[in-house]
Design a binder for this molecule. Sequence first.
Ligand SMILES: Nc1ncnc2c1ncn2[C@@H]1O[C@H](COP(=O)(O)OP(=O)(O)OP(=O)(O)O)[C@@H](O)[C@H]1O
Ligand SMILES: [Mg+2]
Length: 255
Amino acid sequence: MTTVANIVAKTVVELNQVTKEYPGGVAALRGVDLRIERGELLAIVGPSGSGKSTLLHIVGTLDRPTAGTVAIAGHDVAALSDRRLSALRARHIGFVFQSFHLVSGVTAQDNVAEGLLYSGLSRAERRKRAATALERVGLGDRMHHRPHELSGGQRQRVAIARAVVGEPDLLLADEPTGALDSASGEAVMRLLHDLNADGATIAVITHDGEIAGALPRQVRIRDGEVVEDTRAKPEDADTQPLESAGGEEQCHATD
Ligand SMILES: Nc1ncnc2c1ncn2[C@@H]1O[C@H](COP(=O)(O)OP(=O)(O)OP(=O)(O)O)[C@@H](O)[C@H]1O
Ligand SMILES: [Mg+2]
């Protein structure tokens, strides 16, 4: 069984009063507080244009806030240069996008191995780990297929394998089932649940209330503000393999 080895901090993400204004004056996020603890599986849900993708970009350090603070695994993002931020991102965060973002003409195995490009591992080791990750997502028999030889659901599973092959602290998925039929979408959500049960911390962005409702925590966003955060409830604790079960279970009702 794989372990998520490089986790140090209990709090993986901490946003304090984050605001994001785009040039032209759109305030896409307004005073967002969000904390994600190690081992959580949460949905960020809200209507189109509410700021979900903007939030994902900021949590994923692909973009910086206009105001407020962002800490990833205890690192204050504002204190890091772009270069160091890229390194932090490569080490700690995996991304899954709605439209897969696979490299065409390259096999599933090499697409997944690309997720380890900045790991310092040899090419042979990267490909070996890619093969293991593909087996993990049920595609051990599609290793040498190129994206156009895979179904949509299979492509998304390759993208998930690429995102988790480096065992990131945090997996961010933006509408991972948005381009899939319902059966493939369910398979992808089952896979995310399994990865979470194995220790991965996962935030799933969705506008689908049903998908959001099936996850242990929902953060509801509207017009750039968090309007509801159900936070992990104690009865969800058995779905979250934290080593220190019991003890200081935190249950802030943030609103
Ligand atoms: N690069 C940009 N420049 C200016 N405005 C932007 C930019 N990106 C997003 N916006 C605006 O910010 C707001 C939030 O956009 P965002 O993409 O975060 O929404 P979303 O919740 O992900 O929506 P959807 O469900 O449609 O993907 C929208 O009003 C959008 O028009
Ligand atoms: Mg979006």
